[in-house]
Design a protein around this ligand. Structure first.
Ligand SMILES: *Cc1c(COP(=O)(O)O)cnc(C)c1O
Length: 367
């Protein structure tokens, strides 16, 4: 044989040139943004317990999913799966698709989001404004199969946040959310938080934080807070990852199945809070920050208040960190609409009063 055998290569000069350009575009986009704020409101009743919020609502696409979308695109591009002209498809309850539509437009790629019909109108408009197309299914459990089918049919790529979230993010560092939080905390009175509290959608953020805590030998513990209609809590309690549930009312979090990106072994504690408590907490926090936060941020805040209650009972001081996942402006017609709350038979008044009393006086455990 007088020549080398040459197979069909994905690395044609044209592909490599497109890939180089794509990476440069993503890097430039990253350089135009600063890190997100770590906000520390004052709650007079909680002397000795400092509460911090990593504000992910200020990303260019309005949620923590900006980080995930960027990581998923880099993962797909560096794996050679996303190339010039590749149709991108995602199964999303909204926020991820908004961020992915933004990056797809940046790179000039077509994008389809598969979501349930109940997704908020604001999110649908945002996706379409970035040039994405929305494909609707009736039930949350149908989104995965529909997204895969659309990708397969067109020779496209299914971004698959629920599988890839935990592996597309560099959990050891590279300015991931955990590294950023602990760096921003480093000069604080209680520099190493007693707990980081986070809700789970893909589970990717809690996986990154939990792994980073171990990797850096920190004494911080990770508490994941779940909601009604979600499979995560029961799965973590029982160890049975095949648990299913009806689906969540809090957008972005709580899943009908245990997602592959949910890593139970890095979680130190799990709690579940009622939807009324999540929404009441979102209202209270919005009042205190002078701007509205989303429903999952209410869940996070409620989780923090449970851990603060525990610390008070134990006579401990320290810091607690959680996330503002997105802005409440996206939920003007749901969590912040009296008519919607009534139609959902959600009465948040009782929880509101309990939360405000706890914040202002430290009285009345929320655990
Ligand atoms: C995705 C999402 C979460 C949960 O984050 P994960 O990393 O996917 O677990 C929380 N709130 C909102 C609004 C989200 O979109």
């Amino acid at each position: 044989m007088d020549h080398c055998i040459k197979g069909r290569s994905a690395l044609t000069p044209e592909n490599r040139e497109w890939t180089r350009r794509a990476i440069r575009v993503l890097e430039a986009d990253g350089r135009r943004s600063a890190d997100t704020h770590l906000v520390k409101p004052d709650f007079p009743g909680l002397r000795g317990i400092d509460i911090y919020f990593k504000d992910e609502s200020t990303h260019p696409t309005g949620s923590l999913k900006h980080r995930l979308a960027r990581s998923l695109f880099l993962y797909g591009i560096c794996n050679g799966r996303i190339r010039e002209g590749t149709l991108l498809v995602e199964a999303s309850s909204g926020s991820t698709a908004v961020s992915e539509a933004y990056f797809a437009r940046l790179l000039g790629l077509p994008f389809v989001a598969v979501m349930t019909r109940s997704t908020s109108q604001q999110k649908i408009q945002a996706i379409e404004r970035f040039g994405g197309r929305c494909h609707f299914v009736e039930h949350a459990r149908e989104v995965y199969g529909a997204a895969q089918a659309i990708a397969d049919e067109a020779g496209g790529y299914y971004l698959d946040q629920f599988t890839h979230a935990e592996r597309a993010t560099d959990w050891r560092g590279n300015n991931n959310i955990a590294e950023s939080i602990f760096r921003q905390m480093s000069g604080e009175h209680h520099a190493v938080p007693a707990w980081v509290v986070m809700s789970a959608g893909t589970g990717g953020t809690s996986a990154t934080i939990g792994r980073f805590i171990r990797y850096r030998n920190l004494d911080t513990r990770l508490c994941v807070v779940d909601v009604e209609g979600s499979a995560f809590y029961e799965a973590w309690q029982s160890g049975d990852m095949d648990v299913t549930a009806t689906g969540s009312r809090i957008e972005g979090i709580g899943r009908p199945r245990v997602e592959p990106s949910f890593i139970p072994t890095v979680i130190d504690e799990m709690i579940r809070v009622p939807d009324e408590a999540s929404i009441a907490a979102a209202h209270v926090l919005s009042d205190r920050l002078f701007r509205r936060v989303g429903g999952s941020t209410g869940t996070n805040f409620m989780g923090v208040l449970c851990m603060a209650s525990l610390m008070r009972e134990q006579g401990r001081t320290g810091s607690l960190v959680t996330l503002i996942c997105d802005s409440g402006d996206r939920y003007a017609t749901s969590y912040y609409d009296e008519g919607w709350l009534r139609a959902q038979r959600l009465d948040i008044g009782g929880w509101r009063a309990r939360i405000e009393r706890f914040l202002d006086t430290g009285e009345g455990s929320l655990l």
